[in-house]
Design a protein around this ligand. Structure first.
Ligand code: 8NA
Ligand code: MG
Ligand code: MG
Ligand code: MG
Length: 348
């Protein structure tokens, strides 16, 4: 129903905001062990308590760029390269201190200087022409998947790619964006009243990524299908009788700023949180996903934000504690944009 989708839109966008805001102080940290897990639990307990007891948490680039995408989709009903480039540049130069990736700022400078003559050119020039493989395309893509709720996977894939290309030209930067969009889209279309079949969820993503990761360069299948391989590792971890150790998760799935070693990790966080997690003491599956993602450290805000976007798209906004939402900078604006994005999606 329309009301259910509206709630899922808000759930996904507030879920992404929550992961970003709560994870930002942990960005660059090591994995939380022992007492640090207890400190993290207390941090969340406080944020889920009365809103005057803890200060508001600031959002970062993940949210700033997601909202640019939402605005362009609301205004134009599609991804328009130039409009998106203008929106990113306007946002960055208005509010630059939001923890943007080390290299993406060069893209904004070149876009502005060239007056957006070719909105895709600066991204192609990144890293000596190889393009960025960072997770910046993936971290902001949820609004694309939400907006496309009536569209086919192929249409989602196209829109996700287009949204990535303004800053991320490397195949892994693009494919990570596509994977995150497909995960949010799949979660959005599911009934949260039904027990989620994590095995089916991951197999569906594996099939889709296999079709995308064709061996164009004849590199040999292992190298040519990196996301497929990572998703197979996610499936393996989920099927184990005992939870894999944090070291196993970090060594195999990763927690860094690259798309390849963060997007499958966020999907793992979402799926793993369907059940209880050792050291994470909460009966709320959304909180488990976000808290577990943050406990892994590294690019904590981004991995938690991506996990939160998927989880919120599955459960809808009611899964997120209302006190927690009140502790998030920008939550009113994000809620408004989620509603507008939902309305705009009904007109397509
Ligand atoms: P980006 O395009 O600047 O990529 C991020 C980083 O990835 C770059 O600075 C490089 O170090 C590395 N990188 C990407 N492509 C290549 C390549 N082809 N060759 C060598 N190195 C490469 O920005 P982005 O938008 O993808 O970045 C997103 C992440 O950066 C988000 O997590 C965001 O929150 C931010 N961020 C992360 C950290 C952190 O985890 N320590 C700190 C500040 C900002
Ligand atoms: Mg960030
Ligand atoms: Mg940051
Ligand atoms: Mg980050």
């Amino acid at each position: 129903t329309s009301a259910m989708f509206a709630s899922k839109f808000r759930g996904s966008m507030l879920g992404a905001l929550a992961g970003d805001c709560c994870g930002a102080p942990y960005e660059g940290h090591d994995v939380c062990v022992g007492g640090e897990r207890i400190i993290l639990k207390k941090y969340f307990d406080k944020l889920e308590g009365p809103y005057f007891k803890a200060p508001k948490k600031a959002y970062t680039d993940d949210t700033a760029m997601s909202m640019c995408l939402a605005k362009v989709l609301i205004r134009h009903g599609r991804i328009d390269d130039k409009e998106l480039a203008v929106e990113f540049v306007k946002e960055y130069f208005t509010d630059p201190r939001r923890g943007y990736g080390g290299a993406v700022i060069q893209v904004f400078n070149k876009l502005r200087k060239s007056k957006f003559a070719d909105p895709l050119q600066p991204a192609r020039e990144q890293f000596n022409g190889s393009g960025s493989f960072g997770n910046g395309g993936a971290m902001r893509v949820a609004p694309v998947a939400l907006f496309g709720h009536k569209k086919t996977s192929d249409e989602i894939i196209e829109m996700a790619k287009q949204s990535a290309l303004i800053t991320h030209y490397h195949k892994q930067g693009i494919d990570g964006t596509v994977l995150q969009a497909l995960a949010v889209h799949a979660a959005l279309l599911m009934d949260p009243e039904q027990q989620l079949n994590t095995k089916d969820f991951i197999s569906n993503l594996i099939e889709k990524m296999k079709a995308i990761e064709v061996d164009e360069e004849g590199l040999g299948l292992d190298d040519a299908q990196p996301f497929t391989k990572q998703l197979e590792a996610v499936a393996r971890f989920l099927s184990m009788n005992t939870e894999p150790s944090d070291d196993d998760v970090l060594n195999v799935l990763g927690n860094d700023v690259s798309a390849l070693y963060s997007v499958p990790t966020s999907i793992y966080c979402f799926l793993k949180a369907q059940k209880t997690i050792k050291g994470i003491d909460s009966d709320n599956p959304f909180r488990r996903a976000v808290e577990y993602a943050i406990s892994l450290g590294g690019d904590a805000d981004t991995i938690a934000s991506m996990a939160g976007a998927i989880s919120g798209a599955f459960y809808g906004e009611n899964v997120i504690s209302t006190n927690l939402v009140k502790h998030l900078e920008f939550h009113e604006e994000v809620t408004l944009l989620a509603n507008e994005l939902h309305e705009a999606s009904l007109k397509t």
